[in-house]
Design a protein around this ligand. Structure first.
Ligand SMILES: *Cc1c(COP(=O)(O)O)cnc(C)c1O
Length: 494
């Protein structure tokens, strides 16, 4: 097999690139043209049966045939994230500037670990990070790095928090010497509605999930301050030592935003690292109308923000920002082949020391292209529009006799239950809503999320699509009703 037509920079390669990209683009457009529902409804077994041929055949079939095969077996059975009735998760329709950026950055294949692997990309990522620090009103000493998303950003936050604390309190260099003997006393505080990655990070950091104290929430699913104060006193009595407080700006189920200014006060009083998980809600910083929801975020020690959610960028794309860039020293290391110390002295920017990754994608190009092409106001309009649609959708659910709205949306998540009869008991409601969700996925007419509220199975619409309308929401609710009827008919038949 020759390398002919396989690599850029040769005549045959350039032609092959153009043809391959055209074929890929055409396959995507054909898949959209052929689809009317957000999912084909095909079962896991039927999907598995499509891939019974060897993944690694002895001889290749060529690219054209393979792209056709991917179109037929993968694209046709993917959830259509751009469909207005695809409303389950924080999985956005990717915006076209982001898709163009993705094509540019993949072809350039820069790796952000060292300057010599990504000269302009290194400088540009830093510029985008600086702009994000400005967006969150961080001081000039702030810094950050692009991440795979909120999981990695939250992990980095607790890593820096833990190591700063251990240095101050135990004079312990965790990077070199590992956890101190007293590590069992360390605690992280967050609300019970915080993302599960707080616990996951505590596990990965050797503290264990039990180190995370989940503080109860108030009626609007925000961290309850009285409960926080009680938890802090309780820890003190038990000689447990909190070192970090995590506030969430946009919880997964209800989109609620914790009282950030009060959390910043508590963190300052107790010398806690204050991390704001704004993976979901960070985009509110763009909006003139909703940015007040993030008041207090500028006092955080660190912020997690995702671009593959309300910023409409293709997966994956997130950033981790720290108020004092010097804090990266808790994780920095020098590798002779990437960022030798004399580079640091000569001012060569190597971003590897700020990341838990080594080879790293140039994901910063996606928000850059989006910001430059749409401007802040263009992006803010998208965010505002989806939040308004969520309000209208909640009103629609509330007005319907057979639906039960579970709270006004803060952001763009609408949580509700299908409850066709007043007085239907919670256990039956749970069973029905779980069955409806399954039926919806098999039917493919709407992709809706399921969650648990106060022990009762509930449904959730995450309205991320700026092209969706209230009619689309009504269509999703009708799909819920139809699936509930189908479930009921089957049960009668059994
Ligand atoms: C999405 C999300 C995460 C996880 O982020 P990934 O980008 O999936 O890694 C963490 N916290 C919150 C609040 C989120 O919305």
């Amino acid at each position: 097999m020759s390398a002919d037509g396989l690599f850029l920079g040769t005549e045959s390669g350039d032609d092959a690139y153009r043809e391959a990209m055209d074929a890929a683009v055409q396959a995507v457009l054909d898949a959209y043209a052929a689809r009317s529902e957000p999912y084909s409804g095909v079962s896991p077994d039927a999907l598995a049966a499509q891939f019974d041929e060897p993944v690694v055949p002895e001889d290749g079939r060529g690219l054209d045939a393979t792209v056709d095969e991917v179109a037929e077996r993968v694209l046709a059975h993917s959830v259509d994230t751009s469909h207005p009735r695809c409303v389950a998760h924080l999985q956005c329709p990717p915006m076209i500037p982001g898709l163009a950026a993705e094509a540019l950055l993949t072809a350039a294949n820069q790796s952000l670990d060292s300057f010599d692997q990504a000269p302009a990309a290194t400088v540009l990522e830093q510029r985008v990070v600086d702009a994000l620090c400005d967006l969150f009103d961080f001081p000039s000493a702030a810094d950050g790095v692009f991440t795979s998303g909120g999981t990695q950003s939250n992990f980095q936050a607790l890593l820096l928090a833990r190591d700063r604390h251990c240095a101050r309190r135990f004079d312990r260099d965790v990077q070199a010497a590992g956890l101190p003997a007293d590590a069992e006393s360390l605690r992280v505080l967050c609300s019970e509605a915080a993302h599960f990655t707080a616990k996951q990070a505590a596990h990965h950091l050797g503290l264990g999930e039990d180190a995370v104290v989940a503080v109860p929430t108030d009626d609007e699913h925000r961290l309850d301050l009285d409960a926080l104060d009680a938890a802090l006193s309780d820890l003190e009595e038990r000689d447990a030592v909190p070192f970090a407080l995590v506030g969430t700006a946009g919880t997964t189920d209800f989109g609620s935003v914790d009282p950030l200014p009060a959390l910043a006060d508590r963190a300052a009083e107790r010398d806690l690292w204050f991390h704001v998980d704004a993976a979901y809600g960070g985009a509110l910083a763009l909006s003139d109308e909703y940015d007040c929801l993030l008041d207090g975020i500028e006092r955080a020690d660190s912020v997690a923000v995702d671009f593959h959610k309300l910023f409409y960028q293709p997966i994956s794309c997130g950033a981790f920002l720290v108020r004092d860039g010097d804090a990266f020293r808790w994780m920095a290391r020098n590798a002779a082949y990437l960022n030798p110390e004399d580079h640091d002295e000569a001012g060569v920017p190597n971003l590897v020391a700020k990341s838990v990754q080594t080879t790293r994608r140039f994901d910063a190009l996606k928000p850059y292209v989006a910001f430059r092409s749409l401007g802040r106001s263009g992006l803010a309009d998208l965010v505002d529009g989806t939040l308004e649609l969520a309000d209208d959708a909640a009103a629609l659910v509330d007005a319907a006799d057979d639906f039960e709205l579970l709270g006004e949306p803060t952001l763009n998540a609408v949580v509700f239950r299908y409850r066709p009869r007043e007085g239907m008991d919670d256990e039956s409601v749970s069973r029905l809503n779980a069955a409806v969700r399954r039926e919806l996925l098999e039917d493919g007419r709407a992709v809706v999320a399921r969650t648990d509220v106060d022990g009762v199975t509930s449904l959730k619409l995450t309205l991320l699509n700026p092209t969706a309308t209230l009619d689309d929401v009504a269509g999703t609710l009708d799909a819920v009703r139809d699936c509930a009827s189908a479930v009921a008919e089957r049960e009668v038949a059994v």
